[in-house]
Ligand binder design. Structure first.
Ligand code: MLT
Length: 234
């Protein structure tokens, strides 16, 4: 039977071989929610960068530059890290170079995986169905915050474990912990997360509406998949 494991922080990636796995990278607040939203609204592709200056340099190659550091838009970039910025009609068919504090770092640390796709609550059911059909075992990589475990990515990992429970067997205890936590939180995730570190950080930056949106399941069917260094619709 296929298995599912959960890497709660990219700093733990050395514990998880990925060459035979489908890796689902998740950064609920807000990087992977932005990626799903952008591709769902017609952006052609997103090239993720761990390094800010490499991302900035893509401006000269006809890419829009986008992303944040510590939750705030990077100076000189075209877009920040709010999903609402990626719904605009003028982004349809465009290419975006994207760098974030944790989300794009987690993608970089997942290199070498058999396949890398992007998860968020916004495409939860689509990702669930994709993983049910796939032949490979799954590793959910939580972007976390600068190596420290966070609640929102863990909840998403738990939602996947719960949705796949009749199809995919948990590998170890992290998937079980995430699943139990998700079942405690699922009735009202906004309330469950109200004291969490990144929700508090975003509230301090007056970013309120992104939180609720990023926690709303199944807004899109789109699954971003990394192909030749670019995220495109799977
Ligand atoms: C990240 O990649 O760390 C986040 O998406 C931060 C944010 O909410 O802007």
């Amino acid at each position: 039977m296929k298995t599912i494991d959960v890497c709660l922080s990219p700093d733990l990636m050395h514990l998880y071989p990925v060459n035979d796995r489908t890796v689902v990278v998740v950064d609920i607040l807000r990087a992977t929610s932005c990626m799903v939203t952008a591709l769902a609204h017609g952006v052609q592709s997103i090239r993720p960068f761990a390094n800010l200056e490499e991302c900035r340099a893509m401006k000269s190659k006809n890419y829009f530059t986008a992303g944040e550091r510590n939750g705030e838009k990077v100076e000189g970039f075209d877009f920040g890290n709010s999903p609402f910025e990626y719904m605009a009609d003028n982004l349809k068919g465009e290419k975006i170079a994207f760098t974030t504090t944790n989300g794009t770092q987690a993608i970089a640390k997942s290199q070498g995986a058999k396949e890398i796709i992007i998860g968020s609550f916004l495409n939860l059911s689509a990702v669930t169905e994709y993983l049910k059909k796939g032949e490979d075992s799954v590793l959910v990589v939580c972007a976390a915050w600068k190596g420290k475990v966070n609640l929102e990515d863990t909840l998403f990992a738990g939602a996947l474990v719960e949705n796949l429970k009749n199809h995919v067997e948990p590998d170890c205890d992290a998937p079980l912990a995430a699943q139990r936590l998700y079942n405690l939180a699922k009735k009202d995730m906004v309330d469950f997360l109200k004291d969490s570190s990144h929700v508090k950080r975003l509230n301090r930056l007056n970013i309120h509406k992104d939180i609720e949106f990023c926690l709303t399941p199944d807004q899109y069917q789109t699954i971003p998949k990394l192909v030749d260094g670019e995220l495109v619709r799977a």
